[in-house]
Each structure stands twice: as C-alpha cells, then as structure tokens.
Design a protein around this ligand. Structure first.
Ligand code: NI
Length: 204
C-alpha cells in the first residue's frame, strides 16, 4: 500500500508530458507573413524605388539540436510587390522568394508552456517576373539576387501537447541592383524589410 502511494505521489509531482522543443523535435509553423520594406537607395525621378507591403503564406521548418538550440528554414509563397517612386508613381511589379536559414536559441526548457526565441542567419532573395509599369511600361526591368544577414525573435505558446500558437518578427538585409534597359541605368536599392508572421505550429 505504501508502495502504491509512493508511485501515485511520484506520478503527481513528475512533470506531465513535456510541451515541446526538446532535442530531436521537428517543428512546423505555418501562417500569414507580411513583408514591409524599409527601402532606400538611388533616385529614379525624385525618389528611390519603394516596393509596397505584401502578405503571403509562410512556412517554417525547425529542427531542435538540443532542448535550447535549433535551426530553422523559412519558406513562403512568392511575395508580389508594386514598386513606385515619388516622381513617377508605379514603375514596376516584382515577385520574390526570400528563403532564410536561421540558428535559433529558445529560452526556457522542455516543460515550459511558452518558449520565446531569437535567431540569426542568412537570407537569400531572388526576384522574378519583373515588369515595367507606368513610365517604364514595356521596359525590361531586372533585379539582382541578394545575399544578406537576417535576424528574428519569436514566441511559441502551447495549445495541446503537439499544437502551439506562434508569432515572430523578422529582419532581412536585402540589397539589390535594379536595371532598366530603357533608361540604360542601374539603381542600387535596399529593401531591408521587416517580416511579421502569425500562425500555428505543430511538433513532430
Ligand atoms: Ni541593406
């Protein structure tokens, strides 16, 4: 009888099934990502090129190397931006994909119901389907690929043992050269966006 009581007591004080983020876990997060550029660079007309904000479906895949360190890959459906300048209004439409690889540190431990995290890594952005618009209608516009640093901060909150809610904020250093065949010029442009992602995650 004593033995049974001890077992029951042990079961009660033992941590219940660990929430998440233990060595070996795979975390998949999906949600809406809004990319908001903070653009600067060479003037076209009387202002630099300014892509507008765009929201797409984001998907991230994390692997936990230890209970606190992970690596994450960010993928998304292609972002589509209208690009304008102060002088000419809309001058182009562009699409891009910004795959990003992050090393991450998760605060707390495997029993924590909330796991804030920070990350740093590398972003590669490639542009496609560039189209001249307005003053550059019909122009052959192209944007160079970009390699740059990226940083993030995020939060996972337990819903069930495997499901969690996620929010994260990203910064990506994206610099490109915009070439207009008609103008015969290249314009250095920094896009350097903030990305905001809100969604759900699942732990495998
Ligand atoms: Ni930059």
């Amino acid at each position: 009888m004593k033995k049974v009581a001890l077992l029951v007591a042990a079961a009660l004080i033992a941590p219940s099934a660990a929430f998440a983020h233990q060595a070996g876990d795979i975390l998949v997060r999906g949600g809406a990502v809004t990319v908001s550029p903070n653009s600067s660079g060479d003037n076209v007309g009387s202002g630099h090129l300014e892509p507008n904000s765009n929201t797409q479906l984001g998907l991230t895949l994390s692997y936990m190397i230890t209970d606190n360190w992970g690596v994450e890959l960010l993928a998304a459906t292609p972002f589509s931006h209208s690009v304008s300048t102060q002088g000419f209004g809309e001058v182009a439409k562009i699409k891009h994909l910004p795959p990003t690889l992050m090393g991450q540190y998760y605060f707390g431990n495997a029993q924590s119901k909330v796991r804030p995290y920070v990350g740093a890594g590398v972003n590669y952005t490639f542009f496609f389907d560039e189209e001249g618009r307005g003053a550059l209608d019909g122009d052959d516009v192209s944007l160079d690929d970009s390699w740059g640093l990226a940083a993030q901060a995020g939060l996972d909150m337990k819903v069930t043992d495997n499901l969690f809610v996620n929010g994260s904020i990203w910064y990506m250093d994206i610099d490109t050269e915009v070439t207009s065949k008609r103008l015969g010029k290249t314009y250095d442009t920094s896009i350097d966006p903030i990305g905001l992602m809100v969604g759900l995650g699942y732990r495998f």
